[in-house]
Ligand binder design. Structure first.
Ligand SMILES: Cc1cc2nc3c(=O)[nH]c(=O)nc-3n(C[C@H](O)[C@H](O)[C@H](O)COP(=O)(O)OP(=O)(O)OC[C@H]3O[C@@H](n4cnc5c(N)ncnc54)[C@H](O)[C@@H]3O)c2cc1C
Length: 378
């Protein structure tokens, strides 16, 4: 594995891991006020310097260029400790990366440093009631209005809805061209006409909700790139960040394996520890093997991103598909090894069982990843 990393990245992993051990492991997230916890986590992640890895050095970050391997290392280690911490870090990256990809220096200077410091929360608003996997069904419009645009439409399933300050929003400037007529805007939550509608409670703690644009006027200076470049910006963002979803899956699966190893050596039935039954050993061996394969695919894709490899799209889709599906199987087996204890609310495997599910859906479902891979093969 170390082949993929430079010495600084190995140090980063150690740094995140020890912070996670000290601050996150063994705290099960159950409190109702997810928004409050989420805000607190972003500020902690900023204080520790972790969110700085989402921006480039000139704009408050750590390195000349944002490195997918750094983002993967941080997500893997955070996910091992807390799904919410992973989400909050991931969203700082997803919400701000379109600005890194397509923003002007002026836009980057204004929006990136507060996100990198954990002082502003970022969000990425693409999905709509009628446009999930099929973004070409988007209905949100951005109509020219003097020297700006007037946005109207609804976005659902938006992570950090209601708690973010900085939203990257995708809207049609040329509806006749469908997805190719899409543009990207930075919209601040305090803009008149920006409306937070409601929270959408999930299986696992995750700030998610619906937002609306009701004649929301944004100046032209908030357009990212040029008109019609929205799809390109969204896809470039997702191509880079998809491997980080795989890394989060690896973090959940790693924790599940650790929990299963520990429990199977402690729990005794029929006069011996569960780990002494070959049936348990085979489960553990399969879990560890799938985990290692997932980790290799995730970091191979991240390496491909950081080295501008042409097959990035295929590699990041393979990593996301395999790692998220494998993590689901690994967590399920870890729960099975725990028997009844595994389904008791509050045990780490019960929490992992809920946490891992959404990864097979967001940033492109497993089916959509298969379509991308098949397209690249054919
Ligand atoms: C926890 C979570 C966080 C999210 N955060 C964000 C966010 O911050 N910003 C944002 O914009 N969106 C976000 N989303 C939305 C997410 O990206 C969408 O849910 C996802 O793209 C799928 O869209 P959908 O839910 O509308 O499902 P649909 O597109 O309706 O799909 C339903 C089912 O049909 C399948 N399907 C669809 N098309 C095909 C096809 N061509 N071939 C085969 N099968 C197909 C899908 O794979 C899926 O199984 C989030 C979602 C979740 C669950």
């Amino acid at each position: 594995m170390d082949l993929f990393f430079d010495p600084e990245q190995l140090l980063l992993r150690g740094q995140v891991r020890s912070w996670v051990e000290k601050n996150l492991i063994s705290s099960v997230t159950r409190e109702a006020d997810i928004g409050q916890q989420a805000r607190q986590l972003v500020s902690q992640l900023g204080h520790e310097g972790f969110t700085a890895y989402v921006a480039s050095k000139r704009f408050g970050g750590v390195k000349e260029k944002v490195q997918a391997r750094d983002l993967c290392i941080i997500r893997e280690e955070l996910a091992r400790g807390s799904a919410l911490a992973d989400t909050m870090f991931a969203m700082q990256a997803l919400g701000s990366y379109p600005i890194t990809v397509a923003g002007s220096d002026k836009q980057k200077k204004r929006y990136l440093p507060p996100v990198a410091r954990g002082e502003a929360i970022a969000a990425f608003a693409l999905t709509e009631p009628q446009a999930g996997s099929d973004v070409s069904s988007m209905e949100t419009r951005a109509v020219r209005d003097g020297d700006g645009y007037r946005l109207t439409g609804i976005k659902r399933f938006i992570s950090n809805a209601g708690i973010a300050q900085t939203y990257t929003v995708f809207a049609l400037t040329d509806p006749d061209k469908r997805a190719k007529g899409m543009s990207a805007f930075v919209v601040q939550a305090d803009t008149p006409g920006f409306v937070f509608k409601e929270n959408t409670p999930l299986l696992s703690p995750h700030p998610l909700g619906v937002i609306a644009f009701e004649d929301c006027r944004v100046p032209r200076a908030q357009l990212l790139g040029k008109e019609g470049e929205g799809l390109k910006i969204a896809l470039a963002t997702l191509d880079t960040l998809r491997c980080t979803v795989a890394a989060a899956a690896v973090g959940f699966a790693q924790r599940a394996l650790e929990e299963a190893l520990q429990y199977s050596q402690k729990r005794r039935q029929f006069g011996q520890a569960l780990a002494q039954f070959q049936a348990t050993q085979f489960k553990l061996a399969d879990m560890a093997t799938e985990l290692e394969a997932s980790r290799l695919l995730a970091y191979q894709a991240a390496w491909a991103n950081d080295h501008n490899q042409k097959d990035l799209k295929q590699k990041s889709s393979m990593a996301k598909l395999f790692a998220t599906e494998a993590a689901q199987r690994i967590v399920d087996q870890a729960l099975q090894i725990h028997g009844g204890t595994g389904v008791v609310v509050g045990t780490p495997v019960e929490q992992l069982y809920r946490d891992v599910r959404a990864l097979r859906i967001y940033e492109g479902t497993s089916e959509i990843q298969r379509l991308v891979i098949a397209r690249s093969l054919l």
